[in-house]
Design a protein around this ligand. Structure first.
Ligand SMILES: Nc1nc2c(c(=O)[nH]1)N[C@H]1C(S)=C(S)[C@@H](COP(=O)(O)O)O[C@H]1N2
Ligand SMILES: [Mo]
Length: 522
């Protein structure tokens, strides 16, 4: 009895590990070939939606530059550990007296394994219900959800099957007294090696598929853009535009699978292919994007000319919305979603864009289609859009559920030139230039101070590229005395409200306060 327990436990763990590794291989393959999110990624999404901003920032700090890979790697290892440990539960439930006969699992064993697979899938479906409708190839919402469920059935089905067959294969067998012991022993050895080889192979395969996925790792997320070189242009070149993404690996949309769905409280729900969408009346305009995490003088800001169909036009195409529609919810291929008050947002004339500065939307900026909501922080400008739904109530998304602010963006301004540490000569002409931005409220005036905010002088403004674009300001300064100067800039938005000097952190409400630059005059 004691021996049976010990052997069962050991072989159960081996079978559990082999089964887990086979399942993770299937997860990797389904992610690579069918764009089906791995349970590990859905788990990550789930966790991120259930923590506070403070915990989120804590994770970012703790994991530093591995903020995406390290926690997900740990989640993967934990999943494999759980799968391995569950081998023991399986062994307990099927309870086979040792030594046993035969390599074919009995019906009872198959049933327990099947129950495992179904219960694991069910747990995934319940836990990840909101994370399921995502697909990195761009399958639309419901199809994506179905595929994610089928994917888990495959993952956990393979887990159950390998566990069931593997455990059987590993268990010590009873050899009949007149049987050929040598043959029996060889068979047993072969079976055990087979299970181990399968586990090792699947482990290597998993590793390989992770490597393959990480070829497209989003290293560009939040990366410093050209701004630190102080070479900003009124229109940011696409390659210099900042990128922020929640994903370790962004969607690679297959345009033949992708659809835009319009549903909910709308008179004529509909579905568009990429081609059909592009036949709608379209327009182009400059819209500046700014991440809520952009501090004073930060680089998470860029301006582009976006071309696409106005959301208002699309709504007209669908025969208008129904009386109960109060919010517009956007859903994306990567499972990201946001929602905004309908009336307020439509006033800002949002754009569904497929083109950025004259080229198809780059992959990292949301190919094939993204939303631009003038006046709102970047987080509310969904990329890789797949579905628009008109709804009666606010729908929580990643950042809103963490507690990030999701109202109108705050007025901001910055220096591009000069920058901290610059040294000038007395009497030298110092051209000062920078940008000011207040979303769709526009910029009325920019003032610059060279004495730390005691006195202000009005700067010259370049013409705005559009009502939703940042504005370049310029001012020449000729310092007359040597010393250290504290330069500050502030903008007045189109409504006449002056940018506040009150310092506020970016987390969780978006920053306020002046961009301050200290320079020396010798
Ligand atoms: N689908 C999706 N849309 C998204 C995000 C995302 O992770 N997934 N990130 C948001 C955030 S926080 C910002 S700041 C902007 C950045 O847009 P950009 O990368 O094109 O500059 O995209 C927003 N839209
Ligand atoms: Mo952002």
């Amino acid at each position: 009895m004691g021996r049976t327990v010990l052997f069962s436990a050991v072989w159960a763990l081996v079978a559990g590990l082999a089964a887990s590794l086979c399942a993770t291989l299937v997860m990797g393959l389904l992610r690579l070939l069918a764009g089906i999110p791995t349970p590990v990624e859905m788990f990550g999404d789930y966790v991120l939606k259930h923590i506070s901003v403070a915990q989120f920032i804590g994770l970012l700090i703790r994991y530093g530059s591995n903020a995406k890979t390290a926690p997900l790697g740990q989640a993967l290892l934990a999943m494999i550990a759980v799968g391995t440990a569950l081998g023991c539960l399986y062994a307990l439930l099927v309870w086979i007296r040792l030594p046993t006969r035969g390599y074919r699992p009995a019906r009872r064993e198959w049933l327990v394994a099947l129950a495992f697979a179904l219960l694991m899938t069910l747990t995934g479906v319940i836990l990840f219900w909101k994370e399921l409708p995502q697909n990195f190839l761009g399958w639309p919402f419901e199809m994506a959800r179905t595929l994610s469920i089928v994917g888990m059935l495959c993952d956990f089905g393979v887990y159950g099957a390998v566990l069931c067959l593997g455990y059987r294969a590993l268990l010590p067998k009873y050899s009949a007294p007149n049987g050929d012991r040598v043959v029996a022993r060889r068979r047993q050895l072969l079976a055990r090696s087979g299970v181990v080889a399968l586990g090792v192979g699947a482990g290597l395969g998993t590793f390989g598929s992770i490597q393959k996925l990480l070829d497209n790792y989003t290293a560009y997320d939040g990366m410093k853009t050209s701004f630190p070189n102080h070479t900003d242009y009124p229109i940011t070149p696409n390659n210099d535009h900042y990128v922020v993404t929640q994903n370790p690996v962004d969607p690679s949309i297959d345009i033949n699978l992708w659809r835009l769905e319009v549903g909910g409280l709308v008179n004529k729900p509909g579905t568009y292919t990429y081609e059909e969408l592009q036949k709608l009346p379209s327009t182009a305009r400059a819209i500046t994007l700014e991440c809520i995490a952009n501090g004073p003088g930060g680089h998470l800001m860029g301006n582009a000319v976006w071309h696409g169909v106005p959301l208002r036009t699309l709504i007209e195409q669908q025969g208008g919305t129904q009386p109960g529609a109060k919010y517009i919810a956007f859903y994306c291929a990567d499972g990201y979603n946001t929602s905004l008050p309908q009336q307020e947002v439509l006033e800002a004339d949002p754009l569904l864009a497929w083109n950025m500065n004259g080229v198809d939307l780059p992959k990292r900026h949301g190919y094939p289609l993204r939303v631009l909501i003038p006046g709102r922080y970047g987080e509310e400008n969904p990329k890789w859009l797949t579905r628009i739904e008109f709804v009666g109530d606010f729908v929580q998304g990643l950042y809103s559920s963490q507690g990030w602010y999701n109202g109108v963006l705050r007025t901001t301004s910055r220096f591009n030139q000069p920058f901290a540490g610059n040294v000038f000569q007395v009497g030298q002409l110092v051209p000062m230039v920078g940008i000011a931005f207040a979303g769709n409220r526009g910029i009325q005036r920019v003032e610059v101070s060279v004495d730390g905010g005691t006195t202000w002088k009005e700067a010259k403004l370049d013409p705005a590229l559009s009502k939703d674009s940042w504005v370049f300001w310029r001012m020449d300064w000729r310092p007359t005395r040597a010393g250290t100067y504290t330069l500050a800039v502030r903008a007045t938005d189109g409504t006449g409200e002056v940018q506040t000097g009150r310092k506020q952190n970016t987390v969780p409400n978006g920053s306020t306060g002046y961009h301050i630059v200290t320079v020396t005059v010798a």
